[in-house]
Design a protein around this ligand. Structure first.
Ligand code: ADP
Ligand code: MG
Ligand code: MG
Length: 208
């Protein structure tokens, strides 16, 4: 079961990881975008990790909504509203719960990923963060149907996200700034698919 402390640990881990990987994410974005994805993500998650736990959010859903709003207002670019929506939508299925298990986390992930699609209109293979998030959700659901516990479901999701991220390399981007490059976007891993994988990996370390 995951409680508010677990979700705060997720955000703290994500912030540390994204700060650590900022240079790498920015290098990826320099190849097919404008070279700001690492700084955007590190800045946004640092702001989330600095949220005062005493400041008026009690409950997992209120906390995740605050994280989502903070991401919208601090990350910027294309990814800010997308990750902001992801966290805002995660909150929905977790309303009024102090502790959540595999079933609720699965519903929350589905809502979050659907939010990314509702906002960004990405399809599988467009070379975006959705190419990591969609297989992560699918793997989570499959492990959940198998009766595995939350930690195992998240580990399966993290492996699938990483495979989805790696599979973006040969793709031609059809969404976002990288799509302006056309065929020249092929041969590079998508920065958003990379940051999405880091977020799911952080969840697998903390949401237990
Ligand atoms: P910007 O491109 O505005 O500088 P970032 O560099 O922070 O924003 O984020 C770029 C990432 O956003 C891309 O690598 C891609 O994964 C993701 N992205 C862009 N547009 C979309 C979209 N429509 N749907 C899903 N993800 C998208
Ligand atoms: Mg960018
Ligand atoms: Mg930018």
């Amino acid at each position: 079961m995951a409680d508010l402390e677990s979700f705060r640990a997720w955000v703290a881990d994500a912030s540390a990881t994204l700060t650590d990987q900022a240079e790498h994410l920015t290098d990826l974005d320099r190849a097919i975008g404008d070279g700001d994805h690492g700084t955007n993500m590190a800045r946004g998650f640092a702001a989330c990790a600095a949220l005062d736990p005493e400041a008026g959010y009690n409950g997992i859903d209120a906390y995740l909504k605050m994280v989502g709003m903070t991401l919208v207002s601090t990350v910027g670019g294309a990814s800010g509203p997308l990750y902001g929506t992801f966290f805002l939508r995660l909150a929905g299925p977790l309303a009024a719960a102090d502790e959540v298990g595999v079933h609720q986390v699965g519903q929350a992930l589905r809502a979050g990923v659907e939010g990314v699609v509702a906002r960004g209109k990405a399809q599988l293979g467009d070379k975006t963060m959705y190419d990591a998030l969609a297989p992560a959700l699918e793997a989570f659901d499959e492990a959940s149907r198998d009766g595995q516990d939350l930690a195992s479901c998240l580990e399966a999701a993290a492996l699938a996200a990483a495979a989805g991220r790696d599979a973006t390399e040969p793709l031609v981007a059809r969404k976002g700034r990288a799509s302006y490059l056309g065929e020249r976007s092929a041969g590079h891993i998508d920065p958003g698919a990379s940051s999405a994988t880091l977020l799911i990996e952080a969840a697998a370390r903390t949401l237990v």
